[in-house]
Design a protein around this ligand. Sequence first.
Ligand code: UDP
Length: 237
Amino acid sequence: MASQSLKRILIKVSGEALAGDGSFGIESQFLDEVAAQLVHLTQNGFEVAIVVGGGNIFRGMSVAAGGADRVVGDHMGMLATVINCLALGDAIRRQGGKARVFSNLVMPDVADHFTARDARQTLEEGGIAICSGGTGNPYFTTDTAAALKAVELQCDALFKGTKVDGVYDADPANNPDAKRFDQISYDEVISRNLKVMDMAAFALARDNKLPIFVYALDVAGGVQAIIEGKAFSTRVG
Ligand code: UDP
């Protein structure tokens, strides 16, 4: 269970989640719900950083599979994350919150270039720091960007929303007897070959002792319910 000792957190929102019931683009109702939950967290004293994926618009691997240059494809994927982050920033402001969109790709007309110093300042001032453009490098994922930003911004924990409410010992979609862990160590995740995040992201979290909370994206009350122990999640740490 999470606890109130968490103050500064990073939430990873996958691009697919923003598509809501569809598989492409952004569903505005879901976007507004996510924004409202984030604003609520800051109103309750939490400092909130966000990394958003781009899978609802584009993934580099998909063009690479067709023979195109993976680096170009990944640049397109990172641009997709910027689109999502701009939409989320706007939704947060419409809900009365403060948000600043940073990017690891340089695009001064669109977003502020990410520096840990500026993003930390945004958090200290009660604003939501939205980190777009992934790590800025091809061959990485936004999971890795999330772990990296969480470490750089000295977050107390990383929250990774998924379709299920935690880490299970087998795929709960195919196995009714699958058991959810309340807590699990980094080493056990590796030895049991459980999928939490990709290896680069996971190694970064483990090496920096960053706890990862895996929770269900559609949980009532959102991350706040997890922090207050009112909803299930798995704490990896
Ligand atoms: N991407 C990248 N470097 C990064 C992060 C992302 O090249 O540091 C690209 C990559 O092509 C990826 C796409 O951006 O497929 C979208 O990110 P991701 O697949 O992680 O999004 P999600 O699955 O979370 O929606």
